[in-house]
Every structure is written in structure tokens, then in C-alpha cells.
Design a protein around this ligand. Structure first.
Ligand code: SF4
Ligand code: MG
Length: 324
């Protein structure tokens, strides 16, 4: 099929002393092959939980209530733990905000890059050559001699490049990136985004890119999913969503941040009000308390309405527009 990943009606909650926290509710989204999908929203919107679900790396108090995560046609929620381990670090790999999450401080970079090739039938020398080649591709100067260096001997930006090299060593079909540029200054961020864009073109993998930075989405992504309070508020191509946002939440975010990379716009803009309590969810549209356009229909939860081809938004305004 056209999509590498299809998430369908995924609902997930965390058991807490206050009661179940409904972190994801009926989340559906597609990650087409060879495309970069940005997943955006404020903290607490469920974006990190969503990618942890795709990796099946959820905390012990998490409970999948329903839905499916289809990866290349197979529901990964039904795979055994050993099948899942086969996918992780193989067809699916991940980069994190802190590159040290995936780097071992007491092993040389070269050794780690050889370790990740443990499933490949290659000689030790070939593996080392591939590692040096990959370091060169992510822009590490003098890669052959740097193979013997340890992670702490590199700057933060260089460490993130190495983490990217490690993730791509296995030529994954899906690269999951969890705010990989958030800890970097704006100059380094621009460099890493440019690097990811180039590498994605070379490797042709699909990317799920979690960020709260709209400038990065505008720069890097093909498609975007805007999440709000554990639901998909809007999804579509970057062009459609930045030029013709259909959900009031997206429109408010874009008004506050037109989506350029600069020091000023490195955080998701704040809009008045708060995310609703995910233990005691309000009835109707979850955005109702903050929405300047709320009207009578909003006491019912909106479904995802089509706004254009490949563009959907969970807002009743779209229903009234089609009637009018
Ligand atoms: Fe606002 Fe109503 Fe649309 Fe929700 S459904 S975003 S409250 S207009
Ligand atoms: Mg591209």
C-alpha cells in the first residue's frame, strides 16, 4: 500500500491514582512511504505517547483501549515481544531529543556503529568502513580517526549527528524522531534539519517527526498532524495546513507563529486557556473552552470532517460550511 504506517482509532489510557488518564482517543493517521510527517501539539497532547505506542515502549501503567497500529500491513499491537524487538533497531529506528539516550558513554562511536550492524553478514572491516562512511554522510569531519573517539569527545550538535548516523546504519523503513533539535541552538537546528532532509531523500525512509516547533514543520515536513488533548485536531499536507488551516486551534497557533525557524519562534506559541483534564474530560468538542468560534453544535464531539483532498479537521465549522 501507499502508507507504511496506518494508525486506526487508537485509544490509550494511563492508570493513575486519580483515575484513568485518557491520553489518546480515537487517533487515526497515515504515514505515507517516503514522506516526512510532523506531529505537532503542546505538551500533554499525546504526541510522545503516540510514538511510544508505535515503538511499543509504553510505561507499565499504559493500557491500550482499542485500535490498531498497522506497520507495513501488520498490526504491531499484536506482535510478540520478540517480533517487536526485531522491528526496533531494524525496520524502525529512533532519534531522541538527547542523543545520549541512544549513545553509550563508555563505548567508542565506531564500536557502537559496528554493534548496530550485528544482524548484517559483513566482515568486521566492512562494518567499520560502513560506519566511517555513515559518519562522513552526517558531516563528521575526519570520520575514520573519529571512529575511536567516545561520545563525550563530541559537541552536542555532533553527538546528534552521530545518533542520526546510528539510527540510519540499519537502513530503517521508518525513522521516528522525538524533538531531535529542541535542545540545540537555532543555528545547529537549521543544520540538523537540512541534514535530515537530505538523508531522508537519500534513504527514502518514512519519518514521524514529533515537534512543538512549527518552523521545523514548515521547513522539513511533507504532512502534518496537529494534536490537541489526545486527539487529532487536523491533518493534511503542510501546504494546506499552513495556508488554509481548517481547525481554530491550528489557526490560532499559526497566527502566533507563522512558521519560520528563528530564535523567537522556537516554542509552540501559547494560546489562552488550558488543555482539559484528561481524567474528567468535558463533553463535546475538547477545544470548546478555548475556542473563539464555539457554537451550539459544539456540545457534541466533532468527527474528522474532510476539508479538502487529504485534509481533515475535527471541527463542526466544516459541517456548516458544506451545508452553506
Ligand atoms: Fe471550536 Fe466548535 Fe470547532 Fe470545536 S467544533 S473547534 S468548539 S468551532
Ligand atoms: Mg523532502
Amino acid at each position: 500500500g501507499k502508507n507504511l504506517v496506518e494508525i486506526r482509532d487508537l485509544s490509550l489510557r494511563f492508570r493513575t491514582p486519580r483515575g484513568p488518564l485518557n491520553v489518546l482517543r480515537n487517533v487515526s493517521l497515515d504515514v505515507p512511504r517516503g514522506r516526512i510527517v510532523g506531529i505537532v501539539g503542546e505538551s500533554g497532547c499525546g504526541k510522545s505517547t503516540l510514538i511510544s505506542s508505535v515503538m511499543r515502549l509504553l510505561p507499565g501503567n499504559a493500557e491500550i483501549v482499542g485500535g490498531a497500529i498497522n506497520f507495513d500491513g501488520r498490526n504491531i499491537l499484536r506482535l510478540s515481544e520478540s517480533e517487536m524487538r526485531g522491528l526496533r533497531g531494524g525496520r524502525i529506528s529512533m532519534i531522541f531529543q538527547d542523543p545520549m539516550t541512544s549513545l553509550n558513554p563508555v563505548r567508542s562511536v565506531g564500536q557502537q556503529m559496528i554493534d548496530v550492524q550485528h544482524r548484517e553478514r559483513r566482515s568486521a572491516r566492512e562494518k567499520r568502513e560502513r560506519a566511517a562512511d555513515m559518519l562522513a554522510r552526517v558531516g563528521i569531519p575526519d570520520p575514520v580517526s573519529r571512529l575511536d573517539a567516545y561520545p563525550h569527545q563530541f559537541s552536542g550538535g555532533m553527538r546528534q549527528r552521530i545518533a542520526i548516523a546510528m539510527a540510519l546504519m540499519v537502513e530503517p523503513d521508518l525513522l521516528i524522531a522525538d524533538e531531535p533539535t529542541t535542545a540545540l541552538d537555532a543555528t545547529l537546528e537549521v543544520q540538523i534539519i537540512g541534514l535530515l532532509e537530505r538523508l531522508q531523500e537519500d534513504f527514502g525512509c518514512s519519518v514521524m517527526f514529533v515537534t512543538h516547533h512549527l518552523g521545523v514543520v514548515a521547513e522539513l515536513c511533507d504532512d502534518v498532524v496537529v494534536m490537541y488533548a489526545g486527539e487529532v485536531a487536523e491533518a493534511g499536507s503542510v501546504r494546506d495546513i499552513f495556508h488554509r488551516p481548517a481547525h481554530p486551534y491550528t489557526a490560532m497557533l499559526l497566527e502566533a507563529d507563522p512558521g519560520r525557524i528563528s530564535e523567537r519562534t522556537r516554542h509552540l506559541p501559547t494560546i489562552p486557556g488550558e488543555i482539559p483534564d484528561l481524567v474528567n474530560l468535558p463533553t463535546g468538542c475538547v477545544f470548546r473552552d478555548r475556542c473563539p468560534h464555539a457554537f451550539s453544535a459544539c456540545v457534541e464531539a466533532p468527527p474528522l470532517y474532510p476539508a479538502a483532498a487529504g485534509h481533515v479537521a475535527a471541527c463542526h465549522l466544516l459541517a456548516s460550511e458544506t451545508v452553506a
